[in-house]
Ligand binder design. Structure first.
Ligand code: HEM
Length: 366
């Protein structure tokens, strides 16, 4: 790709993102009762649900048969109005599942009595549009079948709908999750991967939760959508030093034109922390395997992205997914199915929230 085309792409990307930058997750005002910010590689085994049998795609077939259709209508129209919704929802889902399981704990708002996962630094950049999509779906479902569909199931189904809508695979989603009775403000910063982690640390973190190296790489393909703020990759662009401490203009694993373009786009990021760049500069709104093709060309945005192409344990998988979109879709779908069953709450360990940002019994029932 020519340097000029790359620079143009970066300019377009920066312009497209400026509108989105203003729409980050709104800080929740402690104690206010105003309008809800957030109301309301192998065979995956079904998870047991205490008192209700295993999770099942048919879970709501009697109690709320139009569940999937209602969620799809709401989030698809949200995505059409705000095309960055899909990426936001997918990231919120990952941040929910990796911290205490897929239980909507990430949706709980803070209040004057207790802080929630919203307050963890890593979650400050979760976009308001993603929460709004869930809010709207919950409201529509509460009108149709009150108190039946969990917020955790809404998030799982919304993610699948949006992955499919942006061109990605349709994978099975079992239903019957219950919503959490707690939400820790400290766990997300510990339990979620950060952009400065080594591949070693990523493998360890995913491994500790039962995910393989292959699943780590496949799931990272979610970075085919959405964007990252400059602070997440600025250390690759400015005052970069190699492992021996030698100063470089930028991280030499980056394509030169790409790095220079990003240096220009991000130059004021300390004054304006909302500046961001697309994770997949080539096809940012399309769920495809371009993320992996980009890594081969030095067009990975985060160092955790690009390092998947340098580490010998992950490089062959990057190459496979870059060459074979079907292999990526198959593995991504299976890994998402597994992620969506991670640590689900069942029976008395959870509840069906009336609104997704608050426990039914007040600020902190436990
Ligand atoms: C492998 C380790 C991972 C790291 C280190 C990582 C890190 C990040 C960072 C730093 C951002 C930018 C956030 C911002 O500046 O707003 C981001 C965005 C994103 N991440 Fe990840 N992530 C990882 C894995 C995942 C996984 C497994 C998924 C989903 C299955 C995912 C989905 C996303 C999406 C869709 C975005 C774009 C969000 C948006 O546009 O609002 N990430 N990630």
């Amino acid at each position: 790709m020519s340097a000029m085309r790359l620079s143009l792409l970066l300019l377009v990307a920066a312009a497209a993102l400026s509108a989105r930058a203003a729409a980050q997750m709104p800080p929740f005002q402690g104690g206010q009762q105003g309008p809800p910010v957030v109301p309301a590689g192998g065979q995956v085994q079904p998870q047991p649900v205490a008192g209700g049998g295993p999770l099942s795609p048919e879970f709501y077939s009697q109690s709320c048969p139009r569940t999937e259709r209602i969620i799809a209508e709401v989030v698809q129209s949200k995505q059409m109005a705000n095309p960055t919704t899909a990426a936001g929802v997918l990231r919120v889902f990952f941040h929910d599942c990796f911290v205490s399981g897929c239980d909507a704990s990430v949706l709980i708002a803070s209040n004057q009595f207790a802080k929630s996962e919203h307050d963890a630094e890593i979650n400050h950049s979760l976009p308001g549009d993603a929460f709004d999509a869930v809010v709207r779906a919950k409201l529509a479902l509460e009108l149709e079948c009150p108190g039946v569909v969990s917020c955790a199931d809404i998030l799982a189904l919304a993610s699948r709908v949006l992955v499919t809508m942006t061109g990605g695979p349709r994978y099975p989603v079992s239903l019957g999750r219950r919503d959490s009775l707690s939400s820790s403000p400290t766990a997300p910063d510990v339990e979620l991967p950060h952009a400065n982690y080594t591949v070693d640390r990523l493998i360890q973190m995913f491994g500790a939760k039962g995910f393989t190296v292959q699943e780590l790489v496949a799931l990272s393909g979610a970075h085919t959508l959405g964007f990252s703020h400059c602070k997440e990759f600025a250390d690759r662009l400015y005052n970069f030093r190699d492992k021996g401490g030698k100063p470089e203009d930028f991280d030499p694993s980056m394509n030169q034109s790409y790095a220079k373009g990003l240096q220009a786009v991000c130059k004021d990021y300390l004054k304006d922390p909302t500046i961001a760049a697309f994770n997949d500069i080539m096809t940012p709104g399309k769920f495809d395997n371009m993320y992996f093709v980009n890594l081969e060309r030095g067009l990975g945005l985060l160092s955790t992205d690009e390092e998947l192409f340098t580490d010998p344990r992950t490089k062959p998988l990057v190459q496979r997914y870059a060459a074979n979109s079907t292999a990526f879709f198959d593995d991504f779908g299976r890994a998402m199915e597994k992620l969506s069953l991670f640590g689900v709450k069942t029976g008395a360990d959870g509840e069906i929230r009336r609104r997704c940002d608050a426990y039914n019994n007040g600020p902190m029932p436990k």
